[in-house]
Each structure stands twice: as C-alpha cells, then as structure tokens.
Design a protein around this ligand. Structure first.
Ligand code: COA
Ligand code: AMP
Length: 632
C-alpha cells in the first residue's frame, strides 16, 4: 500500500477505512458503525463499540505476553531516580488504585482533576480513572492556582489528585499551597483531595488523603464503556479568558493513536518511544501515556529539561541509556540545546545509534533549527503538525508508506483522514504558495474532539461556523508546488511560548482589571529561544501619573500570579493610544509586524495612521531601553 492510495481511501471511504483500523483495538464489543452524524452537529465514531482504554493499554498487552516487558521508565534527573515499571507492575498499581477510587464512590461519568508533576503517579492516576470510566482532566503543573480554579469550576471534579511538590530544575514548587489557593478561589469543591507525598515523612493537613492510602488490596476489573465515553477533558487556551475543555472520546482516540504509532512513528511492540513533553499537554496524553502503551512499547516519563538537568547533553544521555528508537519533542527544546552547544560537542559524547527518527511539534520549526538538528543527528527529522483539538497528527510524513523526504519549514502532508485545505476569507480554495486559513474538511477522523465540555455551542461557533463544511484550525499556512504544507502561525489571539499554548485574550482581560489601565493589547512577538513571547501595550487612565517601570512590574507579577511563570510575560510598553480600525478593532497583527521589524501595510480601515508611528516609536524606545539595561 502506498501513501496516495491509502490516503485517498481514508478520505473517500472513511467508514470502511476506519472500521478496518479499529480492528487493531481490543474491543469488548467490536463496532459495526463508523462515523455517525447526530443532530446539532454532534458526531460520533464507532458508536456501538464497547471498550476500556486501561484494558487496551495494560491487560491486553499482558495477555499478548508483554507482562514482564518494561512499560514505563521514569527518568528523573531532578531527583536522580531511574525506575522501570513492567506491564505487570503498572497494571497492578493502576488496578489497585482504581479499586480504591471506586470504593470511595468514584465511578463512570464522574470527573477527576489531576494536577501533578511528571511522576509515575500521574500516569497511574490517569489510567486508573480510565479503568473505572472516570473522566480525567489533567491540568499542567506549571499553571497558577487561578487557572486550576477555572478548570475545577468547569469540570466539577469529584476528586482532585495532586502531589506535595514538583521540581523545576533545582527549585521545589509547593503544590499544596497552590491547590489551597485554587480551592479558595473555586466555587466547586471536590469531595476528595488526594495527594502523593514525595517525601515519605510528609504529613498531610486534615482533609487530604495520601495517594498511597488509596491503593486497595485487590485489583478492579476494567469497566466496559461505550466508544463515545469521554476518556478525558483537556483544557486549552482559546481567544477568551475561559479555557476550552476539549473532550476526547475513547474508541475513536484509541483507533487513531494505534494507527499513528504504526504508520507515522513506525513503532513495534517492545521498542522504546520517548516524548519529552509533560502529561499536562495533549502531546503527553497521546504520546507519553496512551499511544505507546496501546502499541505495547516502552514509554519514558522524563522529569527534567533539555538543558540544566544537569546540562545540554541530558536528551542524548536518555537516548543512549534507554536505547530510544523514536523521540518526539518541541523545537524550542532543540533551540535551547543549540544555544548552549552549537557545535554539538555534547551530542557526540553519546552513542545515539538506537535513534531512528526525531519528530518535532508544538510550534513551527524554523528552518535553521531544523537544519541544525538534522545535520547533527544525521537521521530523518520530521516536523508534524497537530493540536489539542485533533489529539493526534494532522500533517506529517507517514513514514511506513511514504518515502518522501521532509523539507525544512514544512510540516509535511495530510495524514490519513484529514482533508486539509487553505482558504481565503471568503472560504475559497487558495492556490499553492498563497497563504490563508488552514481548515479541515468535515467529517473529522477518529480521535478529534466531538465537542467542548459543557459548551457545545462554543464548539460550533469557534470551530464550525466560519467556513461551512470545515473545521477551523486557527492556524494560517500554505502549500508549495509539490504539495508540502507550511503552518506559519495562529490567525487568532492564541500564542505559542516555548511550545506552551496561551491566550493573549486572557492576558488582556487580566491586565484590563488593573486599576491604572484604560485599554490594552497583548501581542506575541518573535523570540529566538521560545518562538514567541507576549508583550503588553497599555494605555493608562487619564490624569494618572505613574512610573512606567512600576506599572510593568505590577502587570508582570499579575500575569505570573494568575496564569503562571510559563506565560513568560516580561515586557509592558505604555502607549498614548492603540491603533484601531474605524469600527474600533485593535490592529494587533499590524503591531506584531512592527514589533518583529517586518514590512506592513497600513490597513485602509485604520482610524488614524499616526497611531502606528507612535507605536513604532514606543516599541523602539522600549527595545533601546532593554538593550541599555542588558548592557549596564
Ligand atoms: N511547574 C512549575 N513551573 C514551571 C513548570 C512546571 N511544570 N514548567 C515551567 N515552569 C516555570 C519555570 O520554572 C520558569 O519559571 P521562572 O521564570 O521562575 O524561571 C518558567 O515557568 C518558564 O519555564 P520554561 O518555559 O520551561 O522556560 P525555561 O527558560 O526555564 O526553559 C526551555 C526553556 C526551552 C528549556 C523549556 O521551555 C522547554 O523545555 N520547553 C519544551 C516545552 C515542551 O515540551 N512543550 C510541550 C509541547 S510539545
Ligand atoms: P496545542 O493545542 O497546545 O498542541 O497547540 C497547537 C498549536 O501549536 C497549533 O494550532 C499550531 O499553532 C502550533 N503547532 C503545533 N505543531 C506545529 C507545527 N509542527 N508547526 C507549526 N505550528 C505548530
């Protein structure tokens, strides 16, 4: 089978194609239905199938003879621990923990929020929820209490599972105080707060149950669940202050992940797959936890950074030590390594001969980073594109059936199931080399979001209404004459900071709440290491005389406190007014071009072109100031 015929089949006969693929999943009841369109744009895959994700990831692997194979390697340079879990031992931990949750009344359909660092207990909690049909919602440990509180209020969890602390390089992040703040802010209060004690002597305040006390003496059998049962909710940034709860089904997701492990990543059972991300992101859900285990692989849970834990050779050390076959990370991690070791002197100290392919995603990979890593590793490097909503790659190179080489700057070709078009504002197809909205023709393949948690209307408005018959990805891009796709960045108010997806709209809402601010705009500007970083442009209220640096300090502290340090919000520029169209729309894209030193056209609808000159002057004064501060 070659790519062209396989791909065409997936587009023209989706039901047949995906029902065939679904046969690779250990169902309790095999589905006979493929795609179904219900009322009000509700859609399902494999509606009549029954399965359990924890069973497919663990029990089925053991039945296939992999019980004593390593399922999970916990590699934690920040604690010095390296620990292997076989499929048997992981199964036992998951099934006894699940039993403990069930005994406390947590059952199918209940929600559980997991706010944990990169420790095995996070994976155990996820798989245990899946076993009893509880819907987990993992919140990235780098998010501040306010973000956690918003998610708790939306997901309304019966239990919150956490740990005493996380470790960021060499500093402890006290989760107990973070969750206390979140629970003080949240209206909804979970019935159970369960915390994993990283130090054995830790004492919990009244009301917190120790994670280890949940383990039951007996295991619990997996519950048979409909294919459409939500496996998880994963909140992601949208254009407003309230995050969107992406819902993931079970059967469609399992089928899609299994398909991708075979056809994109080319993994076989027993081989080692490493995704250097965090379980708080979709990449972690799909390719640290569920994808590799469904495929019977060994997965690595890495509690460290590409640099500083202890140095820029840490990725290469992990690859050598665990004989990693395929690695997946974000381009920003490669840039961080390159910054410290441009010559690659660390890299050559390790034996990397197990590594066959490096996959990159999470943000656009600039050609110079791509060329650098490819020349240093001398293996295929594949940039592939996807998002929380899709749950698995939409563009990439399906290496098993496609021999075309990757091109620097391109995210490859549509993956089976995705008919991807580039459209103009009117929804018309653009020609190659013309940049526009990247949209996916409906129906979406298995694995993609069927709705947003508690908000189907927002799902329709945000994704389906802009272009009829299409899912709007929010990204802009183009194709070249050979059909390679290029994803150039977001068309909306979402930015990508070191692979972390953040909402500038949310930052604006927070900044606007400051008593001195009359108006503001937050834009993402180019950053050499992190890809993008946010910068705030603010107009002060009339009659206020405040020192610009003080306002900056307060707003920087506000964003750090409310969203988290990962937002990397460091700069504020006070301006007289913001450039707007005559209808009052702030010209964020034009300001972004000015800040990045790119050519820009003055929009014909601008209210006062003079405002752009003012912004240009303020931004260059800020840059000069920053350079001056850096030198002094
Ligand atoms: N918990 C608490 N704080 C966290 C955190 C977490 N899980 N992750 C990051 N932070 C904090 C950091 O400590 C830092 O705080 P500081 O301002 O007090 O120093 C801040 O958030 C920014 O962290 P980070 O984005 O990690 O930047 P960095 O400069 O420390 O490191 C990189 C830069 C490139 C090495 C790092 O961003 C990285 O490894 N990126 C890869 C991202 C990734 O895998 N994304 C997943 C999508 S595929
Ligand atoms: P997230 O939902 O956090 O995974 O972020 C998804 C967004 O990251 C996408 O909508 C893109 O803007 C960006 N992104 C992810 N992968 C790539 C890639 N390979 N190339 C360009 N942008 C990417």
């Amino acid at each position: 089978m070659n790519y062209a015929s396989f791909y065409q089949k997936s587009i023209h006969e989706p039901d047949h194609f995906w029902l065939e693929q679904s046969k690779n999943i250990p169902w309790f009841k095999t589905p006979t239905l493929g795609y179904s369109q219900l009322s009000n744009q509700h859609t399902t895959w494999f509606e009549d199938g029954m399965l359990n994700m924890s069973y497919a990831c663990l029990d089925a692997q053991i039945l296939a003879g992999r019980g004593e194979q390593t399922a999970l390697i916990y590699d934690s340079p920040v604690t010095g621990i390296v620990k292997h879990y076989t499929y048997n031992s992981l199964h036992n931990l998951v099934a006894t923990f699940a039993s403990g949750l069930f005994l406390r009344g947590i059952a199918a359909g209940d929600t559980v929020v997991i706010y944990m660092p990169m420790i095995p207990e996070a994976v155990i909690a996820m798989l245990a929820c899946a076993r009893i049909g509880a819907i987990h919602s993992v919140v990235f440990g780098g998010f501040a209490p306010h973000e956690l509180a918003m998610r708790i209020d939306d997901a309304k969890p019966k239990a919150l599972i956490t740990a005493t602390y996380g470790i960021e390089v060499n500093k402890k992040i006290d989760y107990t105080s973070l969750i206390n703040r979140a629970l003080n802010e949240a209206t909804h209060q979970p019935e159970y707060i369960i915390s994993f004690a990283r130090d054995t002597n830790a004492e919990f305040p009244k009301g917190i149950i120790s994670f280890n006390d949940i383990y039951d003496t007996k295991t619990i059998e997996p519950v048979a669940l409909p294919s459409t049962h939500p496996l998880y909710i994963l909140y992601t940034s949208g254009t407003t202050g309230s995050p969107k709860g992406i819902v993931r089904d079970t059967g469609g997701y399992a089928t899609a992940l299994k398909f991708s492990m075979e056809n994109i990543y080319q993994m076989k059972p027993g081989e080692v797959f490493w995704t250097a991300s965090d379980v708080g992101w979709v990449v972690g859900h799909s390719y640290i936890v569920y994808g590799p285990l469904l495929q019977g692989c060994t997965t690595i849970l890495y509690e460290g950074k590409p640099v500083k834990t202890p140095d820029c050779g840490s990725f290469w050390r992990v690859i050598e030590q665990h004989r990693v076959k395929v690695m997946f990370t974000a381009p920003t991690a490669i840039r961080a390594i390159k910054k410290e070791d441009d010559e690659g002197t660390k890299l050559v100290q390790y034996n990397l001969n197990s590594l066959q392919t490096l996959f990159l995603a999470g943000e656009r990979c600039d050609p110079s980073t791509y060329d650098w890593i490819k020349s240093k590793l001398n293996i295929p490097v594949v940039d592939h594109w996807w998002q929380t909503e899709s749950g698995w790659p939409m563009l990439g190179i399906m290496g098993k059936i496609d021999q075309r080489a990757a091109k620097a700057g391109s995210a490859g070709f549509p993956v089976c199931g995705y008919k991807i078009d580039v459209l103009n504002e009117a929804g018309e197809l653009l020609h190659p080399n013309e940049e526009g909205y990247v949209a996916v023709k409906l129906p979406l393949p298995p694995g993609c979001l069927p709705t947003l948690w508690n908000n189907h209307e927002r799902f329709i408005q945000g994704y389906l209404n802009k272009f009829e018959g299409y899912y709007l990805t929010g990204d802009g891009g183009y194709t070249d004459d050979e059909g390679y796709y290029y994803i150039m960045g977001r068309m909306d108010d979402v930015i990508n900071v070191a692979g972390h997806r953040l909402s500038t709209g949310e930052m604006e809402e927070l900044i606007a709440s400051h008593p001195a601010i009359a108006e503001c705009a937050v834009i993402g500007i180019a950053d050499e290491l992190k890809g993008q970083c946010p910068i705030g442009l603010v107009v002060l209220k009339d009659g206020l005389s405040v020192i610009e640096q003080l306002i900056e300090q307060e707003l920087v502290a506000l964003i750090r406190d409310q969203i988290g340090a990962v937002a990397w919000f460091k700069h504020v520029v006070v301006v007289k007014r913001l450039p707007k169209t005559r209808s009052g729309k702030i010209l964020r894209k034009t300001m972004r071009h000015i800040a990045d030193g790119l050519a820009y056209q003055i929009p014909s609808t601008i209210e006062d072109p003079e405002t752009l000159t003012e912004i240009e002057l303020s931004l260059s004064a800020k840059k000069l100031g920053a350079a001056f501060i850096a030198l002094s």
